[in-house]
Design a protein around this ligand. Structure first.
Ligand SMILES: *Cc1c(COP(=O)(O)O)cnc(C)c1O
Length: 505
């Protein structure tokens, strides 16, 4: 499998060539030259693989189609080491729970930092360690975080050979729980840097260092941001695992009179939207709490591979760049003044960094046009408009996308309702997706909401909604009282460079 850039660079690259890279040299994002197709027989086999051999083995099957430069035995071992019940809390890794008629929750948030970013980042940590050892190289990961990404990266890279993490965060702006999660790590290869400033200041420092190409090369600076293809690829796997849990291998209608307690669309039924010829194809839909479009883009890839997905429902919060696009065809990025701080903070984005991948596919993989929109129009006028473009109707038609938006009031009402009626506590991001999922659920098509964090991470809003503290997993009891390892720094690129130089002996 070879990879190309969304902006036209087609110099042949294999998976490990792009593993440690961010953007392609032409400023585009990497995508596989084509999506491998999964036929009905393979889908049936993978269902068995997931149920009998487990998630890690399913991950190996999916990843093998995209990775031809890691020997199969090594890749299998990396998957097995990553997706364990010990790290992810259950044997299913991504267990499905029934919420209400037609709607299910797929838990992606039982990893070390209790957010879905662990699903990909844990694999990335093992892939990085493997590839760096193979090359005899080192990597210094420099990042900026306002919460979930930084902690997922640190928990994935802690103790890994050949990797150091320098993670900046705005001092005092993360929740006490998030600070405790990151700052309590005592691993020698993890450096927490609390910057006197806001998140944008942290990002500016990272950008300034990355733009100093000599420094970047000399000190092997890398990133783990959400445009990394390996992260996206790792996320494709749980769309398959969700499908296998929500559908049945033998789609015969339920016998009348059995299991009658649960009504119509609450059970996965065989009569999904598109019954195929010579057999019924069961379909499911997914509702995805979205910010940078990384999570739902993995769903798009799964669907392009042939996973029978009816709808991919993009749920946004008040930062509704994506909802606006799917409703109007206009993609308008926001300035920081128009980017709201919300109670689902991991979706507070001004532009969706992975969106270029989808638009490239939507435009029939026209790299010149993709470049004109993302490389030119966005920087020049801040938006592009596809409404009149024939491809736009395919976003919903050919590609199955739908969207919706949720506000703080919706979030509170949804969290309260799920708690009071179903005794299920959901986090603020998941609540945004449940709210939007309810607007799009159809009889006979299970709607799987991706649960992207546990409520304990956003306790203040949960208390506001329900009057109760969310449960805290045992391993996190008392983490706020642990010793902290963090240095303070002014918002100054020279200061972070000095710090990196000192700690790269
Ligand atoms: C990162 C994150 C999201 C948004 O995912 P994208 O891939 O950026 O769309 C949603 N919920 C939580 C809890 C997250 O950490």
């Amino acid at each position: 499998m070879l990879y190309l850039s969304t902006r036209g660079d087609t110099s042949p690259k294999h998976f490990c060539d792009i593993l440690l890279e961010g953007l392609a040299p032409d400023g585009g994002l990497y995508l596989p030259a084509s999506y491998p197709k999964v036929d009905t027989a393979t889908l049936a086999r993978w269902r068995e693989v997931y149920h009998k051999q487990g998630y890690a083995e399913l991950a190996f099957e999916v990843l093998s189609l995209y990775i031809d430069d890691i020997p199969a035995a090594d890749l299998r071992a990396l998957c097995a080491k990553t997706y364990t019940a010990e790290v992810f809390g259950t044997g299913e890794i991504v267990p499905l729970r029934h919420l209400e008629n037609g709607i299910w929750l797929e838990a992606l948030s039982n990893g070390p930092t209790l957010a879905f970013k662990d699903m990909a980042m844990q694999l990335l940590g093992n892939l990085f360690e493997y590839e760096l050892a193979r090359r005899g190289e080192q990597l210094n990961i420099l990042g900026a975080t306002s919460g979930d990404t930084g902690s997922a990266a640190e928990y994935a890279m802690r103790g890994k050979q050949g990797v150091r993490v320098f993670m900046t965060s705005p001092a005092g702006r993360m929740s006490p729980f998030q600070q405790a999660q990151m700052f309590s790590l005592m691993d020698e290869n993890i450096f927490n840097i609390a910057v006197d400033g806001v998140f944008d200041d942290c990002q500016d420092m990272v950008k300034a260092v990355s733009n100093d190409l000599d420094f970047k090369r000399k000190y092997k600076i890398g990133t783990v941001n959400s445009i990394n293809w390996a992260r996206l690829l790792a996320q494709v796997v749980y769309y398959f695992a969700g499908y296998f849990q929500a559908t049945s291998p033998h789609p015969n209608p339920l016998p009348k009179g059995e299991g009658v307690e649960i009504q119509d669309s609450s059970l996965p039924l065989p009569l999904g939207e598109g019954g195929g010829e010579g057999g019924v194809t069961q379909k499911v839909s997914f509702a995805v709490p979205s910010g940078n479009f990384g999570n739902v883009c993995a769903g798009h890839v799964a669907r392009c591979m042939g996973l029978p997905i009816a709808r991919l429902v993009v749920a946004t919060n008040e930062n509704d760049v994506l909802d606006e696009f799917f409703k109007t065809g206009v993609y308008r990025v926001r300035g920081s003044a128009d980017t709201f701080e919300t109670s689902s903070p991991s979706m507070d984005i001004s532009k969706a960094s992975n969106f270029e991948r989808f638009v490239f596919d939507l435009l029939g993989r026209d790299a010149a046009r993709t470049k004109a929109y993302f490389g030119d129009a966005l920087s020049r006028v801040g938006f592009f408009d596809l409404e009149a473009h024939p491809a736009f109707s395919q976003a919903a038609g050919k590609y199955g996308f739908a969207s919706g938006k949720s506000t703080h009031a919706d979030r509170l009402a949804t969290i309260k309702d799920c708690w009071e009626r179903h005794a299920m506590m959901i986090d603020t991001h998941t609540a945004d997706a449940v709210k939007v999922a309810r607007e799009h659920v159809k009889p006979g098509v299970p709607m799987i909401v991706l649960e992207t964090a546990l409520p304990i991470k956003f306790a203040a809003t949960i208390v506001e909604a329900t009057g109760r503290e969310p449960d805290r997993p045992a391993k996190f009891v008392g983490i706020e009282d642990l010793p902290k390892r963090v240095v303070s720094m002014a918002a100054d690129a020279a200061a972070i460079k000095d710090f990196i130089v000192q700690h790269c002996a």
